[in-house]
Design a protein around this ligand. Structure first.
Ligand SMILES: [Zn+2]
Length: 185
């Protein structure tokens, strides 16, 4: 990989192990729907929540869920995951594997239309040693890249900027998803 590493100081909370999962909202009926023991997995929560904006769920279909990363490496950093809580690639069904490839493709096209990135880093961290923040639930990282973004983010990357921009970005992405007929369930 030849791309420069991004300097993302707002990720310090994540690196220091501060809360990775937000508590469920009182009005959110999620706990009853979750499989046993998966109540604290934010991807499982994203797969079933009705709070799409609060949880920054960008797209869902029968097999997959796509969400904005709360701790983005760059603006537009999406996570694409199977709806099922599975940790390994060989636990995916053929249907899920195909649906995930399609969801990654849709996410790339969506980000291209809304944010016009010049490239992407797309990858999967398997296991904590490889950097997976949530090793129990597979998820692909889709990180848009712009020429010179390392310098840009170093200047603009302040911890209190990103949470606000996530809401704004979610609105923009939903507008575009709505235009293409929607793929949320
Ligand atoms: Zn999960």
């Amino acid at each position: 990989m030849t791309a420069d590493p991004l300097w993302a100081p707002w990720r310090i909370g994540f690196v220091l192990g501060e809360k990775e999962n937000r508590p469920l909202d009182a009005e959110d009926p999620v706990p009853k729907l979750l499989p046993d023991g998966k109540g604290d997995c934010f991807l499982c929560q994203s797969a079933v929540t009705g709070q799409l904006r609060a949880r920054h769920v960008v797209a869902r279909d029968e097999q997959t869920v796509s969400v904005l990363n709360l701790y983005p490496y760059n603006n537009g950093h999406l996570l694409v995951a199977p709806r099922r809580h599975v940790a390994r690639l060989d636990e995916l069904t053929g249907l899920e594997a195909v649906a995930l490839t399609e969801a990654v493709t849709r996410s790339v096209c969506l980000l291209e239309r809304v944010m016009q990135p010049e490239g992407f880093n797309i990858g999967l961290n398997l296991g904590r040693v490889a950097g997976a923040g949530l090793p129990g639930h597979l998820h692909w990282h889709i990180v848009p890249r712009w020429n010179g973004d390392t310098n840009f983010m170093a200047v603009l990357g302040q911890t209190n900027v990103i949470p606000q921009s996530l809401d704004t970005l979610w609105d923009l992405l939903q507008e575009e998803v709505g235009r293409e007929g929607g793929n949320r369930r």
